[in-house]
Design a protein around this ligand. Structure first.
Ligand code: SF4
Length: 271
């Protein structure tokens, strides 16, 4: 009697959603990181919960072949998608195959592609080159000082704010696509913080600024499900909610930044 062997089943899909994004509409998510959340930050508001593997080492987490077959499976369904966003269980630029993933996505979907990055690897030319394949890149900048960076983003010790800013500058200089600066605001800014932020963004010249507040609960123990941005009502795992500024305050900050810089500013309109 012979037994047919089958290839091992992937433990999870590298594609999720589409989910509704206030910034991008119906967004199909690609997760090149996979089961173990991996990032160079460990932000206090991260919807993934405590990052399981904090690293700056680029590697292949999910083989490109798996991403391609997961994308092809979704492409066969009639699903409304406005954009394909590479994000997922951590920092997508850690994925050494990011460029391959973006090439494959272009071949399968005609919709624009976005990448959300925490900006820490933008000093690496190969990362910047890979990101050039995206139509929109949202680069994170939550802080104006090293102290704030440590308090909000809990970076690895080797990460410094001037390097992040220099990486964003280099990327802006080379990138022909739409670069957004994404900033999470947790508490009211002082006038000094606001002035410093305005000075920074004027120098960085993004096409737009996206101001956000933590609107999703933070899981206490890592859950793959939390990589999407839709709150699952039936969830059975523990979460914590954030106290943060109200949408009205966010609107005021957005108005001031826009009035001074003339850069388009979008902001989350509800908690
Ligand atoms: S950068 Fe993003 S994935 Fe990384 S810890 Fe912060 S919120 Fe989470």
């Amino acid at each position: 009697m012979s037994t047919l062997s089958s290839s091992p089943k992937p433990l999870c899909s590298s594609v999720y959603g589409p989910v509704t994004s206030w910034r991008f509409g119906r967004s199909l998510g690609i997760d090149p990181i996979g089961l173990i959340s991996s990032c160079s930050f460990n932000c206090i508001y991260c919807q993934l919960g405590k990052i399981q593997q904090q690293t700056t080492k680029r590697q292949v987490f999910v083989p490109t072949s798996q991403v391609i077959s997961d994308l092809q499976a979704i492409a066969q369904k009639e699903v409304h998608i406005d954009i394909v966003t590479v994000s997922g269980s951590g920092e997508p630029t850690l994925a050494l195959n990011l460029e391959e993933v973006l090439v494959a996505t272009t071949e399968i979907f005609k919709q624009p592609k976005a990448v959300l990055t925490n900006s820490t690897l933008l000093g690496d030319k190969s990362v910047r080159n890979a990101l050039k394949l995206a139509d929109i890149v949202a680069v994170k900048l939550d802080c104006v000082s090293l102290n704030q960076l440590r308090q909000i983003n809990h970076p690895l010790e080797t990460i410094d704010l001037p390097d992040i800013i220099q990486g964003i500058k280099l990327f802006r200089y080379e990138y022909p696509g739409r670069m957004a600066i994404q900033t999470m605001i947790l508490s009211a800014w002082t006038a000094e913080t606001q002035a410093h932020y305005i000075h920074l963004v004027k120098n960085l010249q993004p096409d737009e600024i996206q101001l956000n507040i933590p609107s999703r609960p933070r899981v206490l123990v890592s859950q793959l499900e939390s990589r999407g941005n839709e709150i699952v009502a039936s969830r059975s795992y523990a979460c914590e909610n954030f106290q943060c500024i109200q949408p009205e305050e966010l609107k005021m900050i957005a108005k001031t930044i826009h009035n001074v810089t003339k850069i388009p500013v979008r902001y989350a309109t509800k908690l």
